[in-house]
Design a protein around this ligand. Structure first.
Ligand code: NAD
Length: 431
């Protein structure tokens, strides 16, 4: 047990090393795809530069009567294919560099899924753990009012991200609607169900992981029953992916969390493990599995590894130790750009994040569509349309990989850049 505690306390990767800097990783992949597509230097500059970056300083009265100023950002990386789309995060270490990199990421993700959106991201530097609900509401409403002329159903549609949730979205929607003098639900997605939210949103990212993994299995001619899966992260994405994969017949042999891992070579009962985590606060000491070192669990022999916790977990330091055949990237940026060639040499079939975890943004798109129609689909309808999109996009990426003789991640970037540059060329440069 002491080993587990020691590792949990080990420092996480710092963004100071270039390998762990999300902007450097994103740019390395962009550069590679732009060179392969022979995009001319001028257009590359357009594709690279964020269309708009907004910084706001938000004065907020705290509960104890002190006045504090919080800094917030909204970056709209691209508006070429439609309104910007992307989450808003609240965290003490939010920075403009991070928000800028994540906004570009959203442009590519939306393009891979062929959603009629550009990419955006926002953030407020604050520590939600030290703020009351009332303080968070004040921050959210003032941040919204400071960026209000830049957001809207046809301009920029925010969504939840780290430390923001459907309550945050309800406050944004209400603030925007008060200013517009009409209820405008389509200004944000990820709202509560009875305020214009979509059925199936909570499960969407995990369901997307299941759908693309099933497509990959077809290429290998494997059945779920013969497929051993290791999942890192048992939160929204990893937990849902685990539950849905187990229901589909996959053998989930290990779940890895920040405080340890559980292992059962015959497959874990995921719903029981969920109850255990709810009751004890941890997956560790589950009666129907063995505790395992959380690093070693990542190197178990399996057919599918789903990193669904955080960025920078598969690196140049550990990629050669993996013993999986498929990686389904549930998290954003779980693999560093320096790990990519190692995975390629090992012939691991990677379903890259901008495809694998795009189920969430796809159902966000469905939410926006339903809000604008004022007509809401059943959960089955949402899931059917999600499956259609995910499967189509998976095939698009695999076909691009074959056509250009590149790995899946490069193919996804090629596809995305191609779609965005096509839109820019069609629209032309105004001015
Ligand atoms: P979450 O907070 O619900 O779950 C993350 C889980 O990972 C938690 O249970 C946490 O304890 C665990 N974890 C944290 N550090 C870990 C570590 N070092 N080792 C093992 N486990 C660890 O978050 P989420 O919404 O599931 O998001 C997970 C990832 O997926 C993030 O990268 C996020 O950006 C990405 N993502 C989420 C969505 C979505 O719809 N929620 C969509 C696209 C991408």
């Amino acid at each position: 047990m002491s080993g587990v505690i020691a590792q949990a306390n080990a420092p996480s990767h710092s963004h100071e090393s270039p390998e762990f800097n999300p902007q450097i990783s994103a740019e390395a992949r962009f550069d590679q795809a732009a060179a392969l597509l022979k995009i001319d230097a001028g257009l590359q500059k357009v594709l690279r530069a964020p269309a708009r970056e907004i910084t706001v300083n938000i004065p907020v009265m705290l509960d104890d009567g002190r006045l504090e100023v919080f800094t917030g950002y909204r970056v709209q990386h691209s508006l070429a294919r439609g309104p910007a789309k992307g989450g808003i995060r609240y965290a003490p270490d939010v920075s403009i560099e991070e928000v800028r990199a994540l906004a570009a990421w959203m442009t590519w993700k939306c393009a891979v899924l062929d959603l009629p959106y550009g990419g955006g991201k926002g953030g407020v530097i604050c520590n939600p753990a030290q703020l009351s609900q009332v303080e968070l509401e004040r921050i959210t409403r003032r941040y919204t009012s400071e960026i209000i002329e830049f957001i809207g159903p046809e301009k920029d549609v925010p969504a939840p991200d780290m430390n923001t949730n459907e309550q945050t979205m309800a406050w944004i929607m209400d603030t925007y609607s008060m200013h517009q003098r009409e209820t405008t639900t389509a200004v944000v997605t990820g709202k509560p169900l009875n305020l214009g939210g979509s059925r199936g949103r909570t499960e969407a990212t995990g369901r997307g992981c299941l759908l693309v993994t099933l497509e990959a299995l077809k290429l290998f001619n494997w059945k779920p029953e013969d497929t051993r899966v290791v999942i890192q992260g048992f939160g929204n994405v990893g937990g849902m992916a685990a539950k849905l994969m187990a229901r589909t017949g996959f053998k989930i042999i290990a779940i890895v969390e920040w405080d340890g891992a559980v292992y059962n070579p015959n497959g874990l009962d995921i719903e029981k493990l969920m109850r255990h985590k709810k009751e004890t606060g941890s997956i560790v000491d589950f009666a129907e599995g063995e505790n395992m070192d959380r690093f070693e669990a990542m190197y178990l022999e399996c057919e599918v590894l789903v990193p669904a916790a955080k960025e920078n977990v598969i690196t140049s330091q550990n990629a050669d130790k993996l013993r999986t055949r498929i990686i389904c990237e549930g998290a954003n940026g779980p693999t560093t750009h320096l790990a990519d060639p190692i995975l390629r040499d090992k012939k691991i079939f990677v379903i890259p994040d901008i495809l694998a975890n795009a189920g969430g943004v796809t159902v966000s798109y469905f939410e926006w569509v339903q809000d604008r129609m004022g007509y809401f689909w059943s959960e089955d309808e949402v899931n059917r349309r999600l499956a259609e999109r995910m499967v189509e996009s998976f095939k698009d990426v695999v076909n691009y990989a074959g056509k250009h003789k590149v790995d899946n991640r490069t193919a996804a970037y090629l596809l995305a850049l191609d779609r965005v540059q096509f839109a820019i060329k069609l629209r032309g440069i105004y001015g």
